[in-house]
Write a protein that binds this ligand. Structure first.
Ligand code: GTP
Ligand code: SPV
Ligand code: MN
Length: 636
């Protein structure tokens, strides 16, 4: 029998390889899963990477403990003073997702948007397989079985990862659902995603040493990911953004949506709770929104939506948080602060360590002037090779925790049906145009004007220059492994399958005034979310503007008082919610240009929506001038 994976395999050869290279226990564990494509993947990984030995992990508590123990024994992680806490460092040039070296392998007869990084499939396979050749010599290859989405659910996707990093394996324990039993149950029916990862050569600090040979390639024709010479979670934990790229293709084939979105429960009067999802580019506000005090968090990064009996049902692809630690402090983020300061299982990455204690930027405490960080021994004023001062911790330093460790974890995390979604929001780093919060006129207007028109600035979560303006369609552009036009169309079509589509909101936490100051504080997002909850239930009026419905002043005044105990003035409202006509017109122009240049087959609705927005803006400007005070417009 032969089997297709990156090439054709003869099954008798595959079995021979496995028998020869696996010890009896690992062989037994693997063979308990009846799936030949899986055997081919594992055998190929072993032959290619040549590990010293192989550990096939099950879902047992013993195996979980073993992975954690080995992460410490191999010194990829080290313990902190607080019980259960460990820390890990990535290399100086490996502190975020690396766009430049992350590429789709595109076969000759296929094409992807020019906006996406890509390489010919044959050429790319040769290159990355060459880099993986013998990469695990002297190390153990760990085979992990996990699932995306709740188990025993239409949302569930089995995944396997072969890695030589116990840190990666430990991260899987915290961030995803265990899937060995699921693979056994599914057997031949397990249509899985497979990731092969190697840290490559490591230096004495147990950090990937060959940064010039870092490559992350996605073979969407066979649902395989290859990643080498990197350790940063976003580049190595295959179930994160790497699987998301494959999931988007699967969702496209099957008629559902996979999104770069958080999911949260927002409380309202009479004990009611509404589920809201939100898409923001990396480091633009997902976790900080989902973690708002007093509300519940169901997910902070990747959500799946399915239309079931006319309802939009949503589930978290993940079961833990790989969150940005910068600015996490006891006042603004009490729930996560508690988990990060009490005993329990946490992996800190790229923080500062002194005397067994973790420190990070913006933690609100006094921080030491020396210690160990991602640059090695660190002291205040230390410079990097380019002469720039090295901060005490990296801006993209993160923590990994399992969601159930949080007091505010939503009760429906494992619900195989998902939760019914009431609203979605889109937001990016838009300094000039969009108001802090607005609601679309309908699904199509919202998807096009807030989602498909999302503008932002690059952040520290991605290797490279910060603050560069760019378009990041639906906050997910890098991960869209199908044509961008089709992706927008799928979102538009999805709304049509629903009896009542979720309300669509556009938020902008990063609007600035003339002096360049943010017009909002970090806690203000709570007000927007509470206003959305009122809108979902028809409990608040709104003001119609050319770009959408905005909150009425009286509602904001009351919400600011009730939720944040802040006095909200007419001046605040004018500063935040004045419609900047010229900035909004310029925005439409930029986005339209992007679509004409980069998005073939964009839905007609996109251009129609741009036209209508322009008309509304121009008409309003004739009546009210180019700066429209929200007090000039009527509530409805
Ligand atoms: P990924 O995990 O990379 O997908 O990011 P995320 O979207 O979950 O981002 P997160 O919520 O962790 O926020 C990222 C950064 O934005 C942090 O450094 C926050 O301090 C900052 N931030 C969050 N909310 C606000 C806000 O309302 N205003 C400003 N100015 N900064 C904010
Ligand atoms: C992001 O960059 O969007 C993240 C972190 O959520 S990771 O994808 O893991 O790099
Ligand atoms: Mn993310």
């Amino acid at each position: 029998m032969s089997l297709y994976f990156w090439r054709t395999f003869k099954m008798s050869d595959v079995r021979k390889i496995l028998e020869k290279l696996l010890d009896a226990e690992s062989y037994k564990r693997l063979m308990a899963i009846d799936n030949e494509r899986l055997y081919a993947f594992v055998a190929d990984s072993i032959e290619l990477c040549k590990p010293k030995c192989v550990f096939v992990s099950t879902d047992s508590a013993e195996d979980m403990v073993y992975t954690r123990k080995m992460a410490i024994e191999t010194r990829e992680e080290r313990p902190l003073k607080t019980e259960g806490h460990t820390y890990h460092f990535d290399g100086m040039d490996d502190q975020g997702r690396d766009r430049e070296v992350t590429k789709y392998l595109v076969p000759k007869n296929d094409s992807l948007s020019k906006a996406l990084n890509q390489i010919g499939r044959e050429e790319g396979l040769t290159e990355i397989r060459g880099l993986l050749e013998g990469s695990m010599k002297g190390r153990t290859m760990i085979v992990r079985f996990m699932t995306l989405g709740p188990n025993n659910s239409a949302f569930s996707i089995p995944c396997v990862e072969c890695t030589d990093s116990y840190y990666v394996s430990h991260s899987l324990n915290l961030l995803y659902r265990l899937g060995y039993e699921e693979f056994k149950r599914l057997g031949t029916k397990a249509h899985f995603f497979a990731t092969l990862h190697s840290c490559g050569k490591m230096d004495e600090r147990m950090v990937s040493a060959e940064k010039d040979k870092k490559r992350i390639y996605i073979d969407y024709t066979t649902d395989n990911v290859y990643t080498v010479n990197t350790q940063y979670g976003g580049n190595t934990v295959g179930l994160k953004k790497l699987a998301l790229r494959l999931t988007i293709r699967k969702a496209d084939r099957e008629g559902w949506l996979a999104e770069h979105m958080f999911l949260m429960g927002v409380k309202g009067k009479g004990g009611r709770k509404s589920y809201i999802a939100g898409a923001f580019p990396s480091a633009c506000g997902k976790t900080s929104t989902a973690m708002l005090p007093g509300e519940t968090i169901l997910g902070d990064d990747i959500a799946y939506f399915r239309a079931v009996n006319g309802k939009c049902m949503a589930a978290n692809a993940e079961a833990g948080i790989f969150g940005i630690i910068q600015n996490v402090n006891s006042k603004d983020d009490p729930a996560i602060w508690e988990v990060l300061t009490k005993p329990g299982e946490v992996i800190f990455s790229n923080i500062l360590v002194k005397d067994g204690k973790p420190y990070w930027l913006g933690m609100g405490n006094d921080t030491p002037n020396d210690g160990e960080n991602f640059s090695g021994q660190w002291f205040k004023g230390k410079k990097d090779s380019k002469g720039a001062e090295i901060p005490l911790a990296h801006k993209n330093a993160r923590y990994a925790v399992a969601l159930p460790a949080l007091k505010n974890c939503d009760s429906e995390l494992e619900n195989p049906e998902g939760v019914e979604l009431a609203a979605v929001m889109y937001g990016g780093r838009d300094a000039k145009a969009y108001v802090p919060c607005q609601q679309s006129f309908d699904w199509e207007h919202g998807i096009v004007s807030y989602g498909a028109s999302l503008e932002t600035e690059t952040t520290f979560a991605i290797v490279g220059k910060e603050g560069v303006p760019e378009i990041n369609l639906m906050a997910i552009q890098d991960f869209v492994a199908i044509s961008l036009g089709k992706y927008v169309q799928n979102n538009l079509d999805f709304g049509k399958k629903l009896k009542k589509a979720p309300l669509v909101f556009g938020v902008n936490y990063f609007l600035r005034d003339q002096e360049g100051k943010f017009v909002n504080g970090v806690r203000d997002k709570h007000i927007w979310v509470k206003w959305m909850e009122l809108r979902v239930h028809g409990d608040a009026k709104a003001v119609r503007t050319p770009t959408g419905f905005i909150p009425c002043f009286e509602d904001l005044k009351r919400l600011f008082k009730d939720v944040l105990d802040k006095d909200y003035s007419r001046d605040d409202y004018i500063r935040q919610f004045t419609i900047r006509v010229d900035e909004n017109l310029a925005k439409v122009e930029r986005i339209e240009k992007f679509y004409t240049e980069h998005v073939t087959n964009a839905p007609k609705a996109v251009y129609n929506t741009f036209d209508r927005t322009r008309d509304r803006l121009k008409e309003a400007a004739e009546k009210y001038g180019s700066s429209i005070s929200p007090f000039d417009l009527p509530a409805e």
